[in-house]
Design a protein around this ligand. Structure first.
Ligand code: ZN
Length: 260
């Protein structure tokens, strides 16, 4: 048996609990007679994760549901096996269902040919879709479902009182989840989601990667400004809204005023 290391009342996280980096953050919400998981990570780590849950004296059968914050392989590769072993529902945003159920290698980042990355992405049934405004209960805890697209169309955040499980929206160093057109990223949506988080009266952000941190408005402002600049630069290609350099060049060409 190991002692439960609660981050907040009712909130455990597996990397923190194990005191080692296992992979993506896997939150366990303890509702007393039942519990829920937010993400499950890679299949390779799943046996250790389940063993840790057992060692903390939770019964595997008491898992009520697993929320997939989004479809990326590092968050969902172990989902099908976890669903089978825990015999619980898998919940995801409607925009993430196809990628999870079909094991889409491109949308989930399981396959990046140019970098010789190709890892298995087992298909998993999504038992229930959840979307903006839904409220999930786990024991006495209430989880408000937020749709926060940008990194992917189906990216979810979950609010529990002053805590926001913020997915891949922002990390402690101000970086954000990958922005990539092939992955379904949308910069305009991403900025909107970050502004929503900035405006929220939550005290702590519990991201899907790395340490949890106090909500820091200056950090959010700097990140929002950075993404706004991306939307007018070529850096993220077709994810950008426009490229003012091309408009300026067009005018310079028309006026025959090219100087350098
Ligand atoms: Zn991620």
């Amino acid at each position: 048996m190991v002692e439960r290391r609660y981050l907040f009342p009712g909130v455990l996280e597996m990397n923190y609990q194990a005191r080692r980096r296992m992979g993506v953050n896997i939150y366990l919400l303890d509702g007393g007679s039942e519990y829920a998981l937010i993400d499950v990570g890679f299949l390779d780590e799943l046996p250790d994760v389940l063993e840790l849950i057992r060692q903390m004296d939770f019964s595997l059968s008491a898992c009520k549901f697993i929320v997939a914050t989004h479809a990326d392989v590092d968050h969902t590769q172990g989902l099908a096996r976890a669903r089978e072993l825990l015999k619980c529902e898998v919940l995801a945003h409607p925009a993430g269902v196809a990628a999870i159920e079909e094991g889409d290698e491109i949308l989930t980042y399981a396959r990046i040919d140019a970098q010789s990355i190709h890892i298995p992405m087992p298909r998993c049934k999504v038992d229930r879709t959840i979307n903006e405004g839904d409220v999930l209960t786990i024991g006495d805890h209430k989880l408000e479902v937020w749709s926060t697209p940008g990194h992917t169309a189906g990216q979810l955040s979950l609010r529990m009182g002053e805590l926001l499980f913020s997915g891949d929206n922002i990390f402690r160093d101000g970086s954000v989840g990958v922005i990539d057109a092939h992955h379904g990223s949308n910069l305009v949506d991403f900025i909107r989601s970050l502004k929503r988080i900035r405006a929220a009266d939550v005290a702590y952000l519990l991201p899907s990667h790395g340490p949890i941190f106090r909500k820091d408005d200056a950090l959010l402002d700097a990140t929002i400004a950075r993404l706004e600049s991306y939307s007018h630069l070529a850096d993220f290609g077709t994810c950008a809204v426009d490229w003012p350099l091309m408009d300026a060049w067009e005018e310079e060409l028309a006026r025959d005023e090219l100087r350098f």
